[in-house]
Design a binder for this molecule. Sequence first.
Ligand code: KIV
Length: 267
Amino acid sequence: MAEKVTAPEIKRMKQRGEKIAVLTAYDYSFARILDEAGVDILLVGDSVGSVIQGQQSTLPVTVDEMIYHTKAVVRGRRRALVVADMPFLSYQVSLEEAKRNAGRFLQEAGAEAVKIEGGVHFLETIEALVQMGIPVMGHVGLTPQSVHRFGGYKVQGKEKEERGIILQDALAVEEAGAFSVVLEGIPMDLAQEITRRLSIPTIGIGAGIHCDGQVLVVHDMLGLFDMYTPKFVKRYADVRGIITDAVKNFIAEVREEKFPGEEHSFH
Ligand code: KIV
C-alpha cells in the first residue's frame, strides 16, 4: 500500500486482477485526504470546469488553469499516480502543441501522466507523447469535450455502428502505447468486451461493473455537487449537508456571541 504508484504498476494491477480506484482531485487538501485514504490514481480532471469553476461544460478550461490545479494536487500526494487531463484545444490542433502542452504538465506541474480524449484520430498524438516518455491515459466513449457533437451528455455505443467505433477507438489507444483507458458512458456489455480485448486496464465511469477500475468525480461521490447527479454516481457521503450544518452553527454562534470563546482568544 505504501509503495509509490507508477504507470507500469497500474498496468501490472490488471495482470494481477487487482481493481484500480481513481478519484478526481483539484487541490492540495483533497489530494492529501484521497492519497492517504489509498486511492491509486488522482486524476486532475477538466471536470474542474464544472465542479470548481461553475462552467456549463469542460470546454472553457485552459492549460494554465489545469497546470495551477495539477501543481496543488502534486504537493498533496505521496503515493498515488497523478494524471493531468489535457483540456480542449491543448492537443487537437497539432502534434507540436500536444507535445509542448503535455510536456508542461510534467515539467511545470509535476504530473506523472496525462489523459487525452479520443481514439483512432489521436493514435499519432498518443504515440508521439509516449515516445517522449510521457505516460498517456486514453479516454473513449462519452468524451465530454465532444459534447456538442453528441448533442448532450448521452450514453454512447448503443447502436451497432457506434459500438464498433468505440471498440476501434479503445484498440487504437492501446496500440498507440497508452497505459490505461477511461471508458465513459457506454453500455456495460461493450465495456466488458473492451476490457476483455485490451491488455491495458480500463477505468470505467458509467461503464458498468466489468472494468478493471472505476473513477468518479470526487465532488459527486461526496455529495458536494448537487446541480445534477448522473445515474452512475454513487453518493458515499452528504458532505454538502455536513458543511451546511457547520456553517449554520457558526452563523448562530457568532450572532449569539458564543464564538469565539475564551479558549479561542489571546491574552
Ligand atoms: O474530467 C474528468 O474528471 C474526467 C473523468 C470523469 C474521467 O475526465
